[in-house]
Ligand binder design. Structure first.
Ligand code: 3H9
Length: 692
């Protein structure tokens, strides 16, 4: 074996030269890896004994893409495009041997090899779109030449990781080799190429599928139309589409030039910077400074969920989806039946769309045991309580769980704002108690706020963080304070939205500004969707808020055909004259003369106080770091990821500007606008929130 550089080895296996990359954790294309490939290929070409070449990786995966931490920085080492051209032009066949994931630049490298083999568990994809990018190393030109324009559009704009079996079916992979025997399989394949005298297959030379799509601009028009909502606000999907258009309509080298130009635009732009930041922020959120990686974990093999309502049912589905059996508890048979019915319907809907099979529906339902008796939770490894947000009820349940559950079981509450320490105090084992705040619909939303109580053990924290990943959630650890991080900041926005309406804006003005900013919907449309009567009761209603009056008029949101908006039978919203009249009456009653409020003011009033609250949250240690706050807002509240979360966005706006506004509003409107100490400090020091 010959060491090519510190991350690359070369060995001769009979008449096959094997280049092995080893750059943990994911063999990303750092400059050392690029150098290693270039030097390794040159070495193999110069080795007279090698008739063909295999490119393979050690460790958990094939190349998982460009090194994202190097992207946008100064160029160092070999140029990737030149390295790839060198491979494609090689006079001996090069075979990529894929395990784990061949992603982004990794798949692009494989596409410049003459052949590709993979083990069945491997996955391939071009996920650059999720980083606000497009594949910048020929991927947009080579992929469509293999899979066709339509499929390339779908793969490039979804960025999904495609299982090897499907890659084989679409021609991306030439041969599947036995699991665990990649190297042997790849070497045998490379030998077969020589024995059969197969040509040096260069993807760039394939033209059939591009010719078939040429003269059919409707392919692109239809695709754009079908995805308008999904791509709203994002630049990268459109740029990926333009690259496929170039692949179809231009010669290869011109297509590459288009790809380069658009890639450079994206990589130097603000959206990709925000999306790359989000990538690392999500991973950083898993790191808890005082909970080391080797903290012992609890093996969670069974879960109990208390409450079969919308939340409880959704939570149960998360576990069942990954094969963890759930015991679902309710107080009444009727509620249990209803909850199970909803879960089944959800699965059936997924099956109807082709996401899972009919057999999967039964397997998953089969993993749920239901009971009206909380004593059924004696043997489970973890319980998640998802009942009403009432402290007395929660305390009662946790008191019972303390008596019922086996030692070592995790006792979690899905509370969205109650004090986890108070809940923990109703047990003799507060170290086992933790908050797991799921977001509705819990089977869909990515975020999981994990709430650390004063006494929660490190083992329980570490286990919940790992478990979150297992059930495909993005987790962030937060501290005990009203509303934790997400809802605490949301209440700032809600307060301002309400205040703006009293001052002269209308709900649809506020909603439009926030929608245009990139949120999926504004706060009033959101309230209508959730139901204005959440937490409202007729008996205690005093007509003292807009919401109360609307509920009293039975305008309780979308479900009653009206709330802030009026809804037609298809739930299409129109501004409601009724709501507007109520607003006017409130203003008259309060002696307010409405004033014209600009879109800019609406945005600042809604979002600057959130940035300020985020800074207070950091001051109080309720979030570990600013990027965790951003992870929460991007994954749980629809903050547009291309703007990087409220903390990142605050830095872009300029903390000085935000501080000035907060001070002015504090002077004019009072204490709630008081600037966070951290904001004052950072402005004085000229430092950003992210990293503070
Ligand atoms: C690209 O390729 C552009 C090209 O077109 C070329 C242009 C010229 N770079 O996710 P994990 C780190 S863009 C740097 O927890 P998993 C990650 O930060 C790229 N670092 O593991 C983490 O570090 P730490 C296109 C990377 O098993 C550690 O590896 N490619 C990269 O759950 C483990 O990561 C992508 O977008 C990277 N490319 O998932 C793929 N990838 O331990 C991005 C990972 O210090 N990566 N790290 O926190 C992934 O999707 C997942 O990491 C993967 C593994 C599926 C590979």
């Amino acid at each position: 074996m010959t060491a090519i550089n510190d991350v690359t080895d070369y060995a001769l296996d009979g008449d096959v030269g094997v280049i092995t990359l080893n750059s943990p954790p994911v063999n990303a294309l750092s400059w050392r890896v690029r150098d290693g490939i270039a030097l390794g290929v040159a070495h193999a070409l110069a080795d007279a004994a090698a008739k063909s070449i295999v490119l393979i990786c050690d460790g958990r995966t094939f190349i998982a893409g460009a090194d994202i931490s190097e992207l946008g920085g100064p160029q160092k080492g070999a140029n990737l495009l030149e390295v790839m051209n060198g491979m494609e032009e090689a006079t001996k066949p090069v075979v990529a041997a894929i395990h784990g994931t061949a992603l982004g630049g990794g798949l692009e490298v494989a596409l410049t090899c003459h052949y590709r083999v993979a083990v069945p568990s491997a996955k391939c994809g071009l996920p650059e779109v999720a980083l606000g990018l497009l594949p910048g190393a020929g991927g947009t030109q080579r992929l469509p030449r293999i899979v066709g324009a339509e499929r390339a559009l779908e793969l490039l704009t979804s960025g999904r990781h495609v299982p090897a079996k499907d890659c084989f079916a679409m021609g991306l992979i030439d041969e599947l080799v036995e699991e665990g025997k990649l190297r042997d399989g790849a070497v045998a394949f490379a030998r077969k190429i020589i024995a059969e005298g197969r040509p040096l297959k260069r993807v760039r030379d394939l033209s059939e599928k591009m010719e078939a799509a040429r003269g059919h601009p409707e392919i692109f028009a239809d695709f754009r139309k079908a995805n308008v909502r999904k791509f709203r606000g994002f630049l990268a999907p459109e740029y990926n589409i333009r690259c496929v258009e170039a692949a179809v309509n231009l010669p290869f080298d011109e297509g590459i030039a288009t790809e380069r130009k658009l890639f450079m635009e994206l990589i130097t732009g603000p959206q990709s910077a925000a999306q790359r930041y989000a990538f690392f922020a999500e991973r950083q959120a898993n790191k808890i400074p005082d909970v080391p990686d080797d903290t012992p974990l609890i093996d969670v093999r069974s879960v109990g969920v208390i409450g079969a309502g919308t939340m409880g049912g959704g939570i149960a589905m998360n576990f069942v989806n990954v094969g963890i059996p759930v015991t679902l508890i309710e107080v009444k048979q009727e509620a249990l039946d209803r909850g199970l019915g909803v879960i089944r319907k959800n699965y059936q809907r997924t099956a109807a769309r082709g996401g899972i099979t009919a057999a999967d529906v039964e397997t998953r339902m089969g993993l749920i045991t239901s009971s009206l008796d909380i004593n059924a939770l004696g043997a489970v490894d973890m319980v998640i309580e998802a009942v009403f947000e009432r402290m007395d009820i929660k305390k009662d349940i946790f008191g019972k769980l303390d008596a019922i559950c086996k030692p070592g079981a995790i006792l979690a509450s899905n509370t969205s704002y109650l004090n986890v320490d108070e809940i923990a105090a109703s047990t003799m084992r507060p170290e086992a108690v933790i908050g797991t705040h799921f977001f509705s619909p819990a089977n869909v939303m990515k975020l999981l706020e994990i709430v650390r109580g004063a006494k929660t053990s490190k083992t329980v924290i570490a286990t919940c963080m790992k478990l979150a990943k297992k059930i495909n959630k993005v987790a962030a650890l937060v501290g005990v304070c009203p509303g934790f991080v997400g809802n605490r900041m949301l209440s700032q926005r809600q307060r301002e939205a309400n205040a703006l309406v009293m001052e002269g804006a209308l709900p649809w003005d506020v909603d439009r500004v926030l929608y245009d900013f990139g949120f999926p919907m504004g706060p009033f449309a959101m309230s209508d969707l959730a139901g204005l009567d959440v937490g409202w009761s007729k008996e205690t209603s005093t007509s003292s808020t807009l919401r109360e009056v609307l509920c009293e008029m039975d305008r309780r949101g979308q479900k009653t055909g009206g709330g802030f908006y009026d809804y037609d039978d298809n739930r299409v919203a129109r501004p409601s004259p009724v709501a507007e009249k109520i607003i006017q009456d409130f203003r008259i009653q309060a002696g307010v003369t409405p004033r014209a409020i600009s879109d800019e003011e609406i945005l600042e009033r809604c979002l600057y106080p959130m940035v300020n609250e985020g800074a207070k949250i950091l001051d109080e240690g309720m979030a570990i770091r600013a990027s965790d706050v951003d992870v929460i807002w991007e994954n749980g509240y629809g903050w547009p990821v291309y703007r990087g979360g409220p903390m990142f966005w605050g830095d872009q706006v300029g903390l000085g500007r935000i501080l000035d506004k907060m001070k002015a509003w504090e002077g004019a409107m009072g204490e709630v606008y008081k600037p966070a100490a951290r904001l004052e400090r950072l402005v004085a020091e000229g430092k950003p929130l992210v990293g503070s």
